[in-house]
Write a protein that binds this ligand. Sequence first.
Ligand code: NAP
Length: 359
Amino acid sequence: MKKFKVGILGATGMVGQKFVTLLQNHPWFEIEVLAASEKSAGKTYEEAVENRWMMDEIIPESLKGKIVLNVERDAEKIASVVDFVFCALSMPKDDLKNLEEKYAKMECPVISNNSANRMQPDVPMIIPEINADHMKIIPIQKKRLNTKKGFIATKSNCSIQCYVPALHPLFKNGIQKILVSTYQAISGAGKNFNTWPEMNDNLIPFIPGEEEKSETEPLKIWGEIKNEKIVPNNNIKITSQCLRVPISNGHTAAVFASFKNKISSEGAINLLKNFKGDAKSLGLPSSPKKFIHYFEEPSRPQIRPDINLENKMAISVGRLREDSQYDIKFICMSHNTVRGAAGGAILLAEMLCREGYIF
Ligand code: NAP
């Protein structure tokens, strides 16, 4: 595999910093450009993240002196020197939608963490183990954008990243309805306890926009390509509540689900334990060896012992049992800034490179 030169748009933020640390010593990708807002542009990366570096790892020596570019003003320059960009910007949705399209139209593929383009019918939203085949929409999108190389591919919101994979092995039983409550870490808001001290010993019962995404994005992931569009799976009904909890990293979900073809808890646990994921997602540099880890102990999964499993790319599930109102219920958990953000996007980019969509 050739080495791909990559740019990180939003390199100074929480997810951008995660990209920077995860891409150190990546076998296929090397960071060529770090870019952010006008506030950071022109500074060295070290100056730009001064007093707001949130990773456990130190700032990579090789990037400390790199000058941060402006994602808008330097767009042409960035697109001309990289093979593709990861986008981890926080900007108004319309501005972001236009900016990602602008990069794609400049023949620079965009692998995005943002919601701005996620629900576009010809933009794939991919969890590689589940709906790798949605890559096939990319040539259709390129026709609309009139590009040869440029396109946008997105990963889903971090809130659905644990419960959609945990339900997917049971998909053939005909999922009918899902009730889910998510308990989401503060890094999901780009914060830690230093920058958000009010979250110590606290819980906030509202995350703007999150419940809508939690209820609609899974339907696109489980959708099908028909008539040049990804058509959402509207047979499944989802209701959700999303809560912010005083946890640094790791989103947990409590899930209830009913199926057309009833399934026993033993049968469901077996399907989860044996689930491997789509063949196209396997054997990539960031693929977990085992995607879903099922725990028999009733006190698992927990954040502290389980969050780092498979380099933070695993989905942990436990307490699956039959329910009096729904067919089954269970608890699941995953790392929101790695599996749910930068790591998930890197895995997606690896798959797109190996499958020849990024070249
Ligand atoms: P963040 O820490 O607030 O970082 C935001 C980044 O966007 C910074 O690099 C910032 O640059 C840049 N930015 C802000 N306003 C800008 C503007 N007007 N023009 C250009 N650049 C601008 O946010 P985050 O938590 O990393 O999240 C980034 C994106 O990923 C969001 O869309 C979020 O929804 C999504 N996401 C986050 C998570 C998570 O777990 N945190 C998970 C999945 C998806 P400056 O530093 O120069 O201001």
